[in-house]
Unconditional design. Structure first.
Length: 419
């Protein structure tokens, strides 16, 4: 993905993440919006005009929203302080509830890095090692998996598990789960029908099932549910007061939580939480996947968060609130080469490489380091990125389908890390 930007406006980098230098002087919550705008635009020269209110980024989001091509919340922060925050569209059309800056969104796979961080924390505490076979801690794995798959393999998507079923076997009809216990019983039953696509450690294949298995590992090793572990050890220490793994009942009842609007083949958008019988347009005849059919998010995805909370997460991670420095470095450093990022427009010198870290994607973009993760499901499109060398955080949360945020991410990258 791309980015174009004026390095003279940034000033010297504090290299606040992996170089740390010990200082992140801002509290996790940042400043009130009005104070932030004053502080960040009053002649310091550090904030590019295209990222400020009324700048190119702001105008681009509004243009998309005006065409009904974007619904959601966008936040750009520098050194933990909000530079730009915008919300467009409806969180709940039926209830006439608009999206707000603090609206809670289902993250889909953008919450996988919380799973990875939970495992890193448990390793720091001596509860497990990355080279441990998963079967050392978890019973019930098929023999081929139990004898070969390590924690490291699952974290880096190199377990061979993937998300495919046995050749020639049809996927079961989508089931609506009405309890977490039922949901996980089906997970374990489905896991036993899978075959390894390749020998662990020899290739990379993205695996939501592998991360769901990691969530089960967190629960077993910590002695509490995966969701409670993340809340107590990541969300609360980071000051992420609105983040949680909400269940479907809460998704329907809580007015703070956005409903996903899935695009259908007839051009309409329907509420995924209120229409569990309908699915993503990308499925057969519009009856594909619908993440609201699951009762609650797992290690594989669909935690819930807000844009301000994800900025707080970035600050807490870089300031050492969540892990000791060596383990933060283990968390964010790339382990396995992954698909390269876009290289920008034709003739551009922007280059992107990406690697799988222990949860996030660890990218180098135009010689700058980024950790990032995106998520997509029917009516859910999310992305957060932490620019480690430049002290920026960008969060894009949408309750429309995936294609709605791709142009926004491209512009974000150009404006923050481009030259």
């Amino acid at each position: 993905m791309e980015l174009s930007h004026p390095s003279p406006d940034h000033g010297p980098s504090r290299r606040s993440a992996l170089g740390f230098l010990g200082a992140v002087p801002l509290v996790a919550g940042g400043l009130p919006a009005a104070q932030e705008t004053a502080d960040l635009s009053s002649g310091s020269g550090r904030i590019p005009k295209d990222l400020r209110p009324g700048g190119a980024f702001d105008r681009h989001i509004k243009e998309l929203a005006d065409k009904d091509q974007f619904s959601g919340t966008v936040m750009i922060a520098h050194r933990g302080r909000q530079v730009l925050a915008r919300a467009y569209g409806w969180a709940d059309k039926e209830g006439k509830i608009p999206n707000r800056i603090d609206t809670v969104y289902a993250l889909a796979s953008s919450s996988k890095p919380f799973t990875g961080l939970a495992l890193v924390q448990l390793a720091q505490r001596g509860k497990l090692r990355f080279y441990d076979l998963v079967s050392k801690h978890l019973d019930g794995l098929p023999a081929a998996m139990a004898e070969r798959i390590t924690v490291h393999h699952l974290l880096t998507h190199t377990s061979g598990l993937g998300d495919a079923r046995r050749p020639g076997e049809q996927p079961p009809p989508e089931k609506i789960h009405n309890s977490y216990e039922e949901q996980m019983e089906d997970f374990w039953a489905n896991l036993k029908t899978f075959e390894l696509e390749f020998a662990p450690g020899t290739k990379k294949a993205y695996s939501s099932m592998g991360y769901t298995l990691l969530g089960e590992l967190v629960a077993k090793v910590s002695g509490q549910s995966f969701q409670d572990y993340v809340r107590q050890n990541i969300f609360i220490p980071a000051g992420m007061k609105d983040s949680a793994y909400y269940d479907r009942r809460q998704w329907l009842a809580d007015r703070r939580i956005a409903h996903p609007y899935m695009y259908q083949k007839d051009g309409s958008r329907i509420d995924a939480v209120r229409n569990l019988d309908k699915g993503s347009v990308y499925g057969d005849a519009g009856q594909g996947s619908n993440s609201a059919r699951g009762w609650m998010g797992t290690g594989g995805g669909n935690g819930f968060s807000t844009a301000p909370d994800l900025v707080r997460f970035a600050v807490a991670l870089q300031s050492g609130k969540l892990t000791a420095r060596p383990y933060t470095e283990l968390y964010v450093n790339g382990k396995i080469s992954a698909k390269p990022l876009k290289e920008g427009t034709p003739g551009s010198s922007l280059r992107g490489e990406s690697f799988q870290a222990y949860g996030p994607v660890a990218a180098t973009y135009n010689n700058q380091r980024i950790i990032t993760h995106g998520g997509g499901a029917g009516g859910i499109s999310t992305s957060w990125s932490v620019y480690l060398d430049l002290d920026w955080t960008a969060v894009i949360l949408s309750n429309y389908d995936l294609q709605s945020i791709e142009p926004i991410i491209d512009l974000e990258r150009r404006l923050i890390a481009g030259t």
